[in-house]
Design a protein around this ligand. Structure first.
Ligand code: GLN
Length: 547
């Protein structure tokens, strides 16, 4: 049976619980243990699929088609363990399950209450797959003291009570603010946060203290004394230049040791950190720099494209270059010529997105990249825009567009080169959708196979002709226009196994122009960069030598 590590946060939000959990997972893996990481989120959305990326950052999609929190992306990037639908849950999902059971009559005769019905549902969730791994790491979203979080804190309290001693450990992340006026780190917020935790029956075993300044021994001892943890279990967490320094940095200050000690594990093997030593070496010793423009809509918040930003970094690591990313608002090109805005970049990436706003600008960016021979990677909407660009400007379809935008506007304006997919094949089953279906969880989601054209650039990059990539979209490029587009040199180099859905397109006579209907960024890792990103940055590096 697994041991359970619960990670909670206090004082303020955004302290990096996700990263800390991911790094701890990587450290335990380095010691030869198997791990799985989970996120329990107190918000009431059933999943983050319907939340604005401005509010909540990107939606991370799992192979089995769940729309989950972006922290699951960190977990995968640090551990390489593919997340599953059962690794992410929210209050909304928990309540929805409980209410469904209530309607079905599963609790017949009972009054449904937070304790025990909601807390039992949370505990059942934590137990899923417990026999498969040595360590199950469960991060509780939000901050201790939040009203929505209470059922989760209560559930993990009960959970630990029900386990044999030494099976569960509580790691609490806090902040030590620095008061410039008096030149001191303040421990009081941490003390209060622990007091808050203890008032609901939870005692942290390990405290991870974020701090912008070195924590003197005196302060560490004070925290230990007042918060009732061992001094060696007060772990400093200083700001890092790169998130990928976190595993080694945390190891050096004893995080994994403190967690193992709290669990009474004295015979853990020393960690093999070679993977992270190599990752750090590549990050800190680049041999050049490439500039990449991300032409998108949600450019105000980097978290909206978290996985893309990370995958570009990984592509840089594969080529030993630093990737300097600039976020360019697509709407600029609706007024301005793209040239002055895009000329200085060695590569252009148009990411996924929803809705019409900004799309004319993305189409112009795709044209600019095609005509100027600049490496272009179009992801999902970015591929759809590249195809529309080709249809309009080369294949004689000046009104080419996406049905998505006509649906949004409520009137028909475009030739639907990109159309609303209503039926497709998943494994051996057929999935169908209606245009008026619910918005939540009704897209073509999760891993699908694509078959690549032998001899194409895509097949060369992947080194195989069958791939599996994750999807999250409703609309598809219509193969009705394939012949007309291929005549112009746009190769359909990846298709769904039944040949109906275009998965990859590429320009024949272009140094590097690829559009993909899926999200390769979700599978990239620092120690295993995604081949498309590695080759995209290789092409950008070549470009940087030319200009
Ligand atoms: N909005 C487009 C669709 O639904 C693209 C989605 C995306 O880029 N993830 O097909």
């Amino acid at each position: 049976m697994a041991r359970f590590i619960f990670i909670t946060g206090g004082v303020v939000s955004s302290l990096g619980k996700g990263l800390t959990s991911a790094a701890l997972g990587a450290l335990l893996q380095g010691r030869g243990y198997s791990v799985r990481l989970r996120k329990l989120d107190p918000y009431l959305n059933v999943d983050p699929g319907t939340m604005s990326p401005f509010e909540h950052g990107e939606v991370f999609v799992t192979d089995d088609g769940a729309e989950t929190d972006l922290d699951l992306g960190h977990y995968e990037r640090f551990t390489g363990v593919a997340a599953r639908a059962t690794d992410s849950v929210s209050s909304g999902r928990i309540y929805s399950n409980v209410l469904e059971k209530e309607r079905r009559g599963d609790y017949l005769g009972k009054t449904i209450q937070v304790i025990p019905h909601v807390t039992n549902e949370i505990k059942d969730f934590i137990h899923i797959g417990e026999d498969e791994v040595d360590f199950m790491l469960c991060e509780i979203g939000g901050t201790v003291g939040d009203i929505e979080g209470l059922p989760f804190f209560e559930a993990i309290r009960q959970f630990a009570q029900e386990q044999p001693r030494g099976q569960c450990v509580f790691v609490h992340l806090t902040l030590l603010p620095w008061l410039a006026a008096s030149g001191e780190l303040k421990t009081k917020p941490t003390q209060h946060s622990v007091k808050e935790l203890r008032s609901i029956g939870l005692t942290p075993d390990v405290l991870v203290c974020r701090s912008e300044h070195p924590i003197p021994d005196k302060e560490r001892d004070k925290i230990a004394l007042f918060c009732n943890v061992r001094p060696e279990a007060v772990i400093p967490a200083y700001d890092l230049k790169s998130i990928y320094e976190a595993p080694l940095a945390y190891h050096n200050v004893g995080l994994d040791r403190a967690v193992l000690d709290a669990l009474g594990i004295a015979d853990a093997p020393e960690p093999d950190m070679q993977r992270w030593i190599d990752v750090e070496d590549r990050i800190h010793n680049p041999e050049g720099e490439v500039r990449v423009a991300i032409v998108g809509k949600y450019t105000r918040l980097e978290d909206a494209y978290k996985s893309i930003a990370e995958a570009l970094t990984h592509g840089g690591m594969a080529n030993r270059v630093k990737v300097k990313v600039d976020w360019v608002d697509a709407e600029i090109f609706e007024r301005d010529d793209p040239a002055p805005h895009l000329e200085r970049f060695h590569a252009i990436l148009v990411p996924g997105g929803f809705g019409e706003r900004g799309t004319e600008g993305k189409i112009r960016a795709a044209r600019f990249a095609r005509e100027k021979g600049i490496p272009y990677l179009g992801i999902c909407l970015g591929m759809q825009m590249a195809v529309i660009e080709a249809a309009r400007n080369l294949a004689g379809l000046p009104d080419a567009g996406s049905e998505e935008f006509d649906h949004e506007a409520g009137r028909k304006r475009f030739t639907p080169v990109v159309y609303h997919l209503k039926e497709w094949v998943k494994g051996n089953a057929t999935v169908s959708r209606r245009p008026d279906d619910d918005k939540g969880g009704t897209m073509r989601l999760g891993a699908y196979t694509a078959v690549l054209k032998p001899g194409s650039k895509a097949a060369g990059i992947y080194g195989t002709t069958e791939i599996e990539e994750r999807h999250r979209h409703r609309y598809e490029v219509d193969t009705k226009y394939r012949a007309a587009l291929e005549e112009q040199g746009l190769i359909f180099s990846g298709m769904s196994p039944d040949g109906r859905l275009p998965e990859i397109v590429e320009w024949k006579d272009h140094p590097w122009f690829i559009g993909v209907q899926f999200h390769p960024e979700l599978k990239s890792k620092p120690f295993d960069p995604h081949p498309l990103f590695a080759d995209f940055i290789r092409a950008a590096k070549e470009m940087s030598r030319l200009v």
